[in-house]
Design a protein around this ligand. Structure first.
Ligand code: AMP
Ligand code: ZN
Length: 113
């Protein structure tokens, strides 16, 4: 998707502070952090949202969780805890339509709502 900001980050066409990259996913720091640790974990393939997820994506979806766990541990927040968020659609608060998992930690999270 040529007009997708996260596809451009994955391709290295616009800068980001990269945390992790492999054959399936890329992770980078959120430009507007909402917590001391705020990382976005995204599939390398352009999947707009959870609504477009298919069975063939199950490997990448699983990888998003194992990478989240690894990044949380590397940032020293595994034991204290953290939050994983996937906003979906307008009412879900999704602003960038390239599937992404927010990893938020380093502070006590409030109630969802
Ligand atoms: P969402 O509201 O779930 O779609 O989250 C989109 C997130 O992407 C927001 O937290 C933004 O701060 C973040 N974001 C937008 N542009 C960039 C960028 N160029 N680099 C890093 N994070 C970004
Ligand atoms: Zn994209």
């Amino acid at each position: 998707m040529s007009d997708c900001i996260f596809c451009k980050i994955i391709a290295g066409e616009i800068p980001s502070k990269q945390v992790y990259k492999d054959d399936l996913v890329t992770a980078f720091y959120d430009i507007n952090p909402l917590a001391p640790v705020h990382v976005l974990i995204v599939p390398n393939e352009h999947i707009p949202s959870v609504n477009e997820v298919e069975e063939r994506h199950e490997a990448v979806l699983g990888r998003m969780f194992t990478v989240a766990k690894k990044i949380a541990a590397e940032h020293g927040i595994a034991e204290g805890g953290y939050r994983l968020v996937v906003n979906t659609g307008a009412d879900g608060g999704q602003e960038v339509f390239h599937l992404h998992m927010h990893l938020l930690g380093g502070r006590k999270m409030g109630k969802l709502g």
